[in-house]
Design a protein around this ligand. Structure first.
Ligand SMILES: Cc1cc2nc3c(=O)[nH]c(=O)nc-3n(C[C@H](O)[C@H](O)[C@H](O)COP(=O)(O)O)c2cc1C
Ligand code: SF4
Length: 515
């Protein structure tokens, strides 16, 4: 009798050696006369325990981790295939406090099932949301999304239901659903994990969006750096099409919806929605002036939904379970859950899906376990490269949209990057300007020129040159970029710079003294 062993095929786990572990398990168990059925799942998101191997036993799945290929002989000898004791044995991973205390709605299936097993997806509630959306009809389905309180998880946190209503209201004709899978923010990987670990939830979410607003065609705009997600998504789309879940007659409803994946070439600005549409149309990724909004005049001039991967993948659960059930999670105007991604100098990095309201400190300490270096965490950057730096005195801030806005910060796509007390905040501020200069689309002057001058001025401060004058220049450049840039890249680059100046002024003074 063969024993089923799960080893993640997730790119993060593969980067940590999961393929070598899987092959070692197969070869060495066969050599020992034991038959192993190797199955691939998404990562559970406990990256410090990857490669995380799970063995199916009569008592349930038993996890071991992190399992390097060199650990396999000892593990097999000590009874891994029977779920026996070992220093790397973790038991039922779902009972691990790191996972048991999470509230996984969007990531409910990730790690549990084979991402391309459509039967398993359906057996675990998949496609119940689409069936309900079809039964409700367009207006009621859109209202359900509105009532859930779901806000876009790509960064701008705009209410998803309102965006969908705008597209629904446009005159009948060609409309599109586009999924923003550019995931350019530093320290973020939830889109990738979701697409690799549960692609059908994104496909179902896009299909619901299509039938709800009358769009027949969908595109996933995927960054080229995600080849694993590209393969998984394409395979899942083919399976959905074969099963009549995409195509001319979705779920026997008589409604058409189909989709495909397009690869971006890897520019941060192509994640901004109007640049993304330009790029999807085959042009250079450059900002479009708004209005008109993409919901009115988007892809190829047609009304278009632009939503992030997590936003769309959350929709099936909302439709299946009802708006009220989703709305019950979270606080104030931040409803539901957010998959936070812990990265940087942190002991236990990974994906934490929790209702809005967890504090930064709880995330860093209870989940993250403090810094990897063991030194005090001095700063965290939340929301990607344009997010503000928070000092330790702000670590009790709840992770929700309005609470962060109140301290001049943002939640963005939920990336949280930790730095210990060796971080040089002047260098981080300079880097923010340099990043903007590198990624600027060049369409407007405050961003195109301001970021170059900003990086130069901060470098001059680092060399101790003319500190006071350079600091005034940096403040003025920030003010101009903040107020006069055409889009968020130039408009938000001042956030990391100003927060570094405000909370860590000593780093700027020390350099001026030549320190
Ligand atoms: C410079 C810049 C980069 C962005 N990058 C991304 C990205 O990589 N992924 C994403 O979903 N949204 C990104 N956004 C936000 C999008 O413009 C847009 O708000 C989002 O895709 C809408 O989807 P949502 O409402 O589901 O969040 C970016 C915005 C800016 C200004
Ligand atoms: S702010 Fe920068 S990226 Fe945005 S439109 Fe202006 S030049 Fe382009």
């Amino acid at each position: 009798m063969s024993v089923t062993v799960w080893v993640p095929g997730d790119a993060g786990a593969l980067a940590l050696g999961a393929e070598a572990t899987a092959q070692a398990l197969l070869a060495q168990s066969r050599a020992a006369g034991k038959e192993v059925r190797l199955r691939r799942n998404g990562s559970r998101g406990l990256y410090w325990l990857e490669p995380l191997v799970e063995v199916e036993t009569p008592a349930g799945r038993v996890a071991y981790g992190p399992v390097a290929a060199r650990d396999v002989p000892d593990l097999l000898a000590k009874g891994l295939l029977e779920g026996a004791a070992h220093a790397l044995r973790l038991g039922d991973i779902e009972k691990h406090p790191w996972l048991a205390t999470q509230q996984r709605l969007t990531f409910a299936r990730v790690g549990r099932i084979d991402p391309l097993d459509l039967a398993a997806y359906r057996a675990s509630g998949g496609y119940a949301g689409l069936a309900r959306a079809l039964a409700l009809g367009p207006e009621a389905a859109v209202k359900e999304v509105l009532d859930s309180g779901l806000r876009g998880r790509g960064g701008a946190a705009f209410p998803t239901g309102i965006k969908w209503q705008t597209v629904l209201k446009q005159a009948p004709g060609q409309k599109y659903v586009t999924c923003n899978a550019d995931e350019g923010d530093s320290g973020t990987y939830s889109d990738r994990m979701l697409m690799e670990g549960d692609p059908f939830s994104l496909i179902e979410g896009m299909t619901i969006a299509g039938v709800a607003v009358g769009a027949t065609k969908g595109y996933v705009y995927l960054r080229v750096e995600y080849p694993h997600a590209f393969r998984v998504l394409n395979a899942a789309i083919a399976k959905a099409r074969e099963a009549g879940l995409l195509g001319a007659d979705v779920l026997g409803s008589g409604q058409a919806f189909d989709m495909e994946v397009r690869l971006g070439a890897g520019a941060y600005i192509c994640g901004e929605e109007t640049s993304m549409l330009e790029s999807l149309e085959g042009r250079r990724g450059e900002i479009r002036v708004r209005p008109p909004l993409p919901a009115e005049k988007g892809l190829f001039g047609a009304p278009t939904i632009v939503n992030n991967v997590i936003t769309l993948a959350t929709v099936p659960g909302i439709l299946a379970g009802g708006a009220a059930a989703y709305q019950a999670y979270g606080q104030a105007k931040s409803r539901g859950t957010l998959p936070l991604q812990l990265a940087g100098n942190i002991r236990r990095g990974g994906l934490v899906e929790r209702a809005f309201g967890l504090t930064v400190r709880e995330l860093l300490e209870d989940y993250g376990g403090g810094s990897l270096s063991g030194r005090p965490i001095r700063a965290v950057q939340i929301g990607g490269p344009l997010g503000a730096y928070l000092p330790a005195s702000q670590f009790d801030t709840p992770l929700e949209y309005e609470a962060l806005a109140a301290i001049g910060a943002l939640l963005g796509h939920g990336g949280v990057v930790a730095f210990d007390d060796t971080v040089d905040m002047l260098e981080m501020a300079r880097y923010a300007m340099e990043f903007c200069a590198h990624e600027s689309c060049g369409k407007c002057t405050p961003c195109r020129i301001g970021s170059v001058r900003g990086a130069e001025a901060l470098a001059a401060i680092g060399r101790g040159e003319d500190r006071d004058r350079q600091l005034v220049l940096v403040e003025e450049l920030c003010d101009t970029m903040l107020n006069a840039s055409l889009c968020g890249l130039g408009g938000m680059t001042p956030f990391p710079v100003q927060s570094a100046l405000k909370h860590f002024p000593e780093d700027f003074r020390a350099k001026a003294r030549g320190g």
